[in-house]
Design a binder for this molecule. Sequence first.
Ligand code: BQF
Length: 294
Amino acid sequence: MKILDGKITAEQIKKEIKVEVSQYIDDGNRPPHLTTVLVGNNPASKTYVRNKEKNSKLVGFTSSTYNLPEDVSEKKLLDVINFLNNDKDVDGFIVQLPLPTHIDEQKIINSIDPDKDVDGFHPVNVGKMVLGLDTYLPATPSGIIELLKRNNIETTGKHAVVIGRSNIVGTPLSILLSRKSKFGNCTVTICHSYTPNIKDFAVQADILVAAIGKPAFVTADMVKDGAIVIDVGINSIPDETKKSGFRSVGDVDYDEVSKKASWITPVPGGVGPMTIASLLMNTLKAYKKRFNLF
Ligand code: BQF
């Protein structure tokens, strides 16, 4: 078994971005600028936003954050987005999800300028992705493809089984894995909450992706010998040995499944860091488009 190390791969990508950014700055350009909009105090969301700020600064971007209260009105949030859409100093921005239930998430996503939508969630960008047109790819699926690419893992002709059909991970990843491309060309099966006997599909996978949100959902009996296993899950479980009282585990029973897999992503340090690296790649792309730096 080989560890598909997202932390190391993401570090390489960040180093490359940092070199490219410093060249633009030497040429007299301003740095790329990523803005994050955070609504409320969800502890996981706060951690993710801090991560994005930290890594943006690490590669030489300007980073800014709008912290809005939990009870902010939909109208006020739309006003902030409208301001960012028109702010020439901001190349790309994201609205951290999930949003409080009184706000219509789709309405918010629809209001983002597709050219600044570095999460790739706007319907225009989703449509472009489906058609294989140039766009911002959603960060987690794009990070997974990049992780396979940079570790020279062949995908062509393989059977990929994706467990989970969210708009953010399962659905777009199934499209990227099946498209006509060097790191696509898979036959893809999507499993979800209405799939009877997910195990019957999972055991057939050459590439198995777990994006369900249930700790240790994928057990060793569900995995074919030599499969490539991608664990997208981040679940917090009680752990008395930790300061916080919790630790992060994926959707895969890592200890048992790693005995059968040819490659496996750890949690933490697998898909998560690649998600951040992809967001930075999208932001650099938005910046280059704005200033015609190609
Ligand atoms: C790691 C996310 C679910 C819902 C909304 C590194 C991140 C996580 C883990 C991170 C995620 C998950 C993010 C690790 C951003 C990935 O070392 O394993 C980085 O910050 N992520 C998000 O912004 O929103 C989410 C997961």
